[in-house]
Design a protein around this ligand. Structure first.
Ligand code: SF4
Length: 228
């Protein structure tokens, strides 16, 4: 059985970084936009979320007070491309209510709170699961927390890191117990995993172009198709 050391996980990241370069994630002009983007990106392609973000910006609504004062129908119309637009309008409103009440709409003020407290508060908002909350904490608030998702699960299963029944927390702990709490590393590592899962380690994996396939500094992927 392979011993998945911190060094191994760092090497895994290094191989992806060398292959794909810095991913520059999350693409946005402000932390507030990143937060709204994390909500809009739920269960949709990035293209769909990105179109909705652009529509809110064009309408002058990418601002906590202006967005809060906009009618639900107006918000829903602008975020139509993100799918589930009525649900997402409610989620945006839930967040804004919390954000304006607790932090007066200031990301800087929100950042001063400890990550553990913020995580509990955000998870308490209706419609906010761990992936959305951790994306907000890492990418908007620069808190050292590792984001995992469906791509992480697929790649991790195929690598032999965890099985298909692993919980979100188990997957997250796999990384956080092995890596130092470095927000730059956490930021780009998750982005690299998303890129690998989206472009290469797809449902039907493209092992022949995968940079982690039988790499000399890695023990090798356990996925059967990798051996062909
Ligand atoms: S070798 Fe194949 S199965 Fe393994 S991570 Fe790469 S693409 Fe996925």
């Amino acid at each position: 059985m392979t011993d998945w050391t911190g060094k191994y996980i760092e090497n895994f990241y290094r191989v992806l970084y060398d292959a794909y370069g810095l991913r520059h994630w999350w693409p946005s002009d402000s932390p507030f936009e990143t937060i709204i983007g994390a909500i809009l990106a739920q269960n949709v392609t990035w293209t769909g979320a990105s179109t909705a973000i652009s529509a809110l910006i064009s309408a002058g609504l990418m601002d906590p007070d202006k967005l809060f004062n906009a009618r639900d129908e107006i918000i829903a119309t602008h975020i139509y491309s993100s799918r589930y637009y009525n649900q997402k309008t409610k989620k945006i409103r839930n967040f804004l209510q919390f954000f304006l009440t607790e932090f007066d709409g200031s990301v800087e003020r929100m950042k001063t709170e400890p990550v553990e407290k913020l995580r509990i508060q955000l998870l308490g908002l209706k419609g906010f699961g761990p992936e959305t909350v951790d994306s907000i904490l890492l990418y908007a608030l620069e808190k050292p927390i590792f984001v995992v998702d469906a791509y992480t699960r697929r790649i991790g299963e195929r690598q032999g890191w965890f099985d298909e029944k692993a919980s979100y927390e188990m997957m997250q702990n796999f990384f956080m117990s092995r890596l130092s709490p470095d927000i730059h590393l956490y930021n780009d590592f998750h982005a690299q995993i998303v890129y690998l899962g989206n472009q290469v380690c797809k449902k039907t994996p493209r092992c022949n172009v995968c940079p982690v396939r039988n790499n000399l500094i890695l023990p090798g992927c356990t996925y059967p198709g990798n051996k062909i």
